[in-house]
Design a protein around this ligand. Sequence first.
Ligand SMILES: Nc1ncnc2c1ncn2[C@@H]1O[C@H](COP(=O)(O)OP(=O)(O)O)[C@@H](O)[C@H]1O
Ligand SMILES: [Mg+2]
Length: 224
Amino acid sequence: MSLTVTNLTKTFTTHGGEVHALHDVSFSVKTGEFASIIGKSGSGKSTLLSMLGALDIPTSGQIEVDDVDIAKLSAHNQTAYRSKKIGFVFQHYNLIPNLSALENVMLALEFGGAPSKDRKDRAAELLAEVGLEPDQQKRKPSRLSGGQQQRVSIARALANHPAVILADEPTGNLDSETGKKIFDLLHNLSRSENTTIIAVTHDLDIAGKTDRTFKLQDGKIVKA
Ligand SMILES: Nc1ncnc2c1ncn2[C@@H]1O[C@H](COP(=O)(O)OP(=O)(O)O)[C@@H](O)[C@H]1O
Ligand SMILES: [Mg+2]
């Protein structure tokens, strides 16, 4: 899915005054592109991903996704956009601890409306695609390594054929070798599934391997 952000601004009003988390941000990403976002802590990266995923609304500006401005959707349609079009991947994986890897992915399939008889096979297929062996698929997150847990969360993000994957520091808790493997996996997915991927990272080596890199500084894009 193509994405065009125009003059996007997000201002938070706090007790200490206004925080300009994003200021006049414009860029676009084509279908199937793998873009990275870099920038220091507090530069607005997570705020930008939240806007792209319709988890929060901009103060002003447009976010056009396949020519629809998602900031102008009703709350109901924003929820539908999130569940049908977006896969989220977070730094802390956010898996459900009491469920196995397989069950975590099956739950996402259930939320997406997949028929119950298909869920187990489809979940196993997705987990195999991200490199989890059958015996690992039966384990709860606490019995998997960080890299394996992130693979499960990527399988979960893929469950409902999202048009875009938004990943907020997906390798932030991983050693650099494992982090590179996770980015390779995302890269392969962007190729094989034609999924647009936007990933925040601190690792410049990793960012350098993506199709595009945007750098945020004090809420503005300084390099595109
Ligand atoms: N909900 C919020 N309320 C107030 N300020 C916020 C909120 N979310 C983020 N901010 C502020 O916006 C700025 C950008 O934050 P963030 O997008 O989390 O940066 P990054 O992900 O690059 O570290 C920071 O100054 C942060 O304190
Ligand atoms: Mg952040």
